[in-house]
Design a protein. Sequence first.
Length: 457
Amino acid sequence: MMQDAFFKLDPRDGFVVTDANYLSDFDRQVLTYLYQPLMGTGAYSLYLLLWTQQSVAQKAQPHSTLLALLNVDLPTLYESRIRLEALGLIKTYQQVNAAGRTFTYELYAPQAPNAFFNDDLLSLLLYDAVGEDRFTQLKTQFRLHPVHPSADLEEVSLNFLDVFHVNSQLLNHLPATIAEAKSEFKTQPQTTQPQLDQRATADFDWPFFKQQLHASFVSERELDQYHDQLLTLHALYGLNELELAQYVNESINITTNKLDFPALKRLVARQPAKVAPTTASTAVPTPAPPTATKDAALSKNDQQLIAVSKQLAPVTFLTQLKQQQGGYVTDSEQRVLERLMSRHVFADASIINILSHYVISVRKMPTLTQAYVDGVANGWLQHNVTTPEAAMQEVKSFYRQKQTPKRNTRSKQPIRKETLPDWAKDGYKAPKQQVTAEQRAAVQKRLAALQDNKDGE
């Protein structure tokens, strides 16, 4: 992930900020309360900073400006940017010329609260991020309270023409300047919100599922409203049409005859995961280090793992994998998988199974954590992983890097041998020296001089 960030973004790259929508203080409130729990504080700070840079960044500035103002490193900045892109808050455009690379960041206003809560993907992510109680508080906070006229409540507002008087001739023949302004400010449809990838649920027969609920109290219209969320539960837990219909029936509020979707989620999560019988075709292969061959061919063990990952739903696969190791799937791990599925990051759910196997069996981590899984998923997406086979190649590349011997850059220093002086060696005897008559006379002379100095004192 860090290497990808340095490859796709450089502090010297320029950036320019422009806006596709008008941004207001109310948009800031929506961003703070509804979007920040999804994107995190880093992406939230980046969006607000880019918002302030609209009037400043008319000429390209280096990304080092953003790094200094946010006090973050380059991988953190890049991660924040792609989160904003995924939520439809910015679009990124790139231009490369002789002067270097420049990015244009086009800001989009957040969805209005009514559109946000009607978006299945966004509302489900918010629900998972803040919990049911906080989700209910936010829903109440942003709910509008329009006035409904009644017998004792009469509207007395005046209309436009009651107050303002406009020349009717000018209305029939608008000045050219006004016609030009109308064309310049023409509203363009916005299509930046994430959409459900239908490839992830191609094996689910939606009409047959609704047919199983004809005798229930829930209406087809209400089921269609929960279409994306129900398909997410199907893909995550491996529920077929009959099983999901049974859970829906058990989650209908008998007072309102409406589907209680939070209760449905809790009910499905509480059920023991379906673990396939341990056979040669469905058993998760015993973890074995992938062979780091140069041709990157998939081994028999790799192919068996891919075959099993295609047969089992993510929660079922993880449950069987953890049971083989003497563990169990925690509630937080179920939420990690649910968030990954609800974002529709990978069209093929078997890739999520390969990811789980990589984290638990290869990296030897006891549980799936949100931060680590997001990091691996982002890295695989940036390497265009769209099949379980490509995911296995990513795992094998990890082993190739791990097995590459590191060069020892420290040069060997010569060993210094300490030589002892002769007097320090065992059995040393001082050599005898012959004293001449002249040397003896000089010593006696110095002794006599010292004695004279002593007597004089």
